[in-house]
Design a protein around this ligand. Structure first.
Ligand SMILES: [Zn+2]
Ligand SMILES: [Zn+2]
Length: 151
């Protein structure tokens, strides 16, 4: 199965080793993709484990799992990713379908590295993105026109 993060790689060679804890994200971008993928695959333990404890608040496994299960995730677009030392930022659009319409969570997230491991800290919600035009390239990265693909 192709990995839901959009890497065009098999899940078993992409985000699954991270979800299983046998490998660790090497960059904030990789962590972001694996966390999106964990929402798609309902891997709440991974979401909790990669959320920095100082920023987790009283978020629970159950809440994460519910949000994972009740959202019809569609695809992930990473817009920008930067790293400076042990701090990183990733801007992304996580597309999902609601009432058959594509919508996106557009966020700029902050990450930090502690003892060699990257953690998600928090993020700032960005303005909702607009959909591509019917003849524009599809947002899923297929290279097809939007109207012939996810539109
Ligand atoms: Zn992946
Ligand atoms: Zn598409």
């Amino acid at each position: 199965m192709l990995c839901p993060c959009g890497s065009q790689t098999d899940y078993s060679l992409c985000c699954q080793p991270l979800h299983l804890g046998v490998a660790h994200a090497e960059t904030p971008k990789q962590l972001m993709a694996s966390r999106y993928c964990a929402f798609v695959m309902d891997q709440a333990d991974y979401l909790l484990a990669t959320h920095h404890p100082d920023f987790r608040g009283d978020l629970t496994r159950e809440e994460l799992s519910e949000s994972a299960q009740t959202t019809a995730w569609h695809c992930l677009q990473i817009v920008d990713a930067t790293v400076t030392g042990d701090v990183g930022e990733v801007e992304f659009k996580a597309w999902y379908r609601e009432d058959k319409r594509l919508q996106a969570l557009h966020e700029r997230s902050r990450f930090s590295r502690e003892d060699g491991l990257w953690y998600y800290r928090d993020g700032e919600i960005q303005p909702s993105p607009t959909l591509p035009g019917r003849n524009d390239a599809c947002l899923c990265g297929s290279g097809k026109k939007f109207k012939r693909c996810c539109g």
